[in-house]
Write a protein that binds this ligand. Sequence first.
Ligand code: FAD
Ligand code: SF4
Length: 325
Amino acid sequence: METFTYTKATGVQQAIQAAGQSQTRFIAGGTTLLDLMKLNVERPSQLVDINRLPLDQVEKLPDGRLRIGATVRNSDLAHHPSVESDYSVLSQALLSGASAQLRNMATTGGNLLQRTRCMYFRNDAMACNKRTPGSGCSAIEGDNRTLAILGASKDCIATNPSDMNVALTALEATIHIQGAKGEREVPIGDFFLVPGNTPQRENVLEPGELITFVTLPAPKAGSKQIYLKLRDRASYEFALSSAAIVAVVSNGKLEFVRVALGGLGTKPWRSLEAERALHGKTRDGRVFRQAAEAALHGAQPQSENGFKVQLAKRCITHALTLATA
Ligand SMILES: Cc1cc2nc3c(=O)[nH]c(=O)nc-3n(C[C@H](O)[C@H](O)[C@H](O)COP(=O)(O)OP(=O)(O)OC[C@H]3O[C@@H](n4cnc5c(N)ncnc54)[C@H](O)[C@@H]3O)c2cc1C
Ligand code: SF4
């Protein structure tokens, strides 16, 4: 680990000003960042601690939206009464991730920005375009069983590992950002980037920009929500395939549906193809299987993860069955 300075910020403006120096990282729960610093993958010269910022509340806004502060802990968010009742897909996704101790530390902003678990990214002796642009991708000809089948490029096939991000994608969250140039809001669908030939760039944040809040649209009346996560063991494990479904069924037909996938894509993956195949259709297994086929139509398996195509189809079909039961 390299030497760094440490600053505790007490206000948003102070945090942003402090982050004006190059090679600064904000530190929230530290459950991703400190690991990566110890592995020499992240080498900030300055840490700005944002744990004292007034961003630790979950609030209902007058227009019905829910505003989640960037430093709200994952466990607090999962058990918040409004999240449990109106956005249960988010609660389920958070509680399926990591362990109770990690969720007590991990924050909304940190979870959004957690880095890939690709083993070559975390090993600084191996070539990795995401860690060292232009060095090559060890995973393409290497151990890629857990990596992406959607949105990959010839330069990077790493998955976005977050469960929370998949639920936020199905809920069509908005990310609120503040930086030296002011404030902006980005829909989650535009926030994450596919790797292309710049896999080191994972999202639209500019250096020194702080995530302040995430907002969720007013709850969809009568919606049923499911987060289904399939993984190698029942807890403390990342998804091989997951599905977040938000659905409203009226007179047996799917009046509204959102489908987002995890463990499969280089970013949290919203499947507009599946949504189109479901919209207005009768709730039944054949329709669900057609939607799953549509979602995986463009999948490009790697040498070791062809099994994910079938796994993902079953995951989507089962999640839709549960959500609309
Ligand atoms: C053993 C283990 C198992 C895990 N299993 C799962 C799992 O099954 N599912 C899952 O989804 N996750 C899992 N995780 C990941 C965990 O959810 C993340 O580590 C956690 O959410 C990160 O949050 P944090 O607050 O600790 O982030 P930090 O480590 O503090 O920060 C992470 C990154 O975000 C940046 N950052 C943080 N807050 C902000 C902000 N407000 N604005 C701008 N930048 C910011 C930091 O600079 C850093 O780059 C696991 C982690 C571990 C260690
Ligand atoms: S898949 Fe991406 S993160 Fe993994 S080694 Fe290749 S470039 Fe690096």
